[in-house]
Design a protein around this ligand. Structure first.
Ligand code: ZN
Length: 258
């Protein structure tokens, strides 16, 4: 089956204080690499609809961002536009439009910069107008596999409803906070009306379906050669074969990180 390459970013900035942040320079050269390789950038929603169909571009690239950091607008968006690329950004709804740092960043830095804060709604609307898709990353970024059923449903349904109201359009893509999910969570995502959900598998092997689409996570420590290795189709095939996990004691950890 024809598959796309789904990339997971969190942040793009050059402050050097967050390992989750890819530098502006690296992000630009990574987008240029995909552009030169002839990738067609589509949103996750578009991918979930066209997956497995013959009209899916041969080299589909789906660039995703988790959480909804302001630096996505400040630094990634201009570069995406430069290459004519689209993206899917997963918003943690309670934080968007506020100056509250995300729960995972509490007490992380002495000084909080503008780029560390959540996106404003104006920034979201501007990117949407350009063609960026917005998906849900829940309301509060809790671990969904630990929530009682009622709260789980609420996180999924409320975030979707609130986003749809603000965006005035359907929200169909979902991303599990901290990659935490199980079968029950997956079923709840389906029942809430999402069409697709993404994960970033770590060393454990995760089966893939439309509610656990695998992504390649790119971080600050991804050097040029490691980025190219991780995003090569051979790496995905190797990872999916299970061989990677059997050989993991013999491979440097740096290569195994998704
Ligand atoms: Zn997150």
């Amino acid at each position: 089956m024809r598959k796309g390459l789904i990339i997971a970013y969190h942040r793009v900035n050059s402050s050097g204080k967050d390992p989750m942040a890819v530098s502006v320079e690296n992000f630009r050269s990574q987008m240029r690499y995909f552009y030169d390789k002839g990738y067609t950038s589509i949103t996750l929603e578009d991918y979930s609809i066209r997956m497995g169909q013959s009209d899916l571009p041969r080299k589909s690239l789906i660039v995703t961002f988790d959480d909804g950091y302001r630096d996505n607008y400040l630094f990634a968006f201009p570069i995406l536009k430069q290459y004519g690329f689209s993206a899917t950004i997963f918003l943690t709804v309670n934080y968007i439009g506020t100056d509250n740092t995300f729960s995972m960043d509490k007490n992380k830095w002495d000084k909080v910069a503008d780029e560390d804060l959540p996106l404003t709604w104006e920034q979201v609307f501007e990117m949407k107008k350009y063609g960026v898709e917005f998906g849900s990353h829940t309301c509060a970024h809790w671990h969904l596999d630990e929530l009682p059923e009622e709260e789980l449903t609420k996180e999924l349904v409320d975030s979707k409803r609130r986003l749809e109201k603000m965006l005035q359009s359907k929200v169909t893509s979902f991303c599990y906070p901290s990659g935490r999910f199980n079968q029950k969570v997956k079923e709840a995502v389906y029942k809430a009306g999402y069409l697709a959900a993404v994960v970033t598998p770590s060393h454990r092997q995760v089966g893939e379906d439309i509610y656990s689409l695998k992504r390649i996570g790119i971080y600050s420590n991804d050097t040029r050669w490691r980025f190219r290795l991780k995003t090569s189709p051979y790496f995905a095939a190797f990872r999916d074969s299970g061989l990677l996990y059997r050989l993991k004691n013999y491979i440097p950890r740096a290569i195994l990180q998704p």
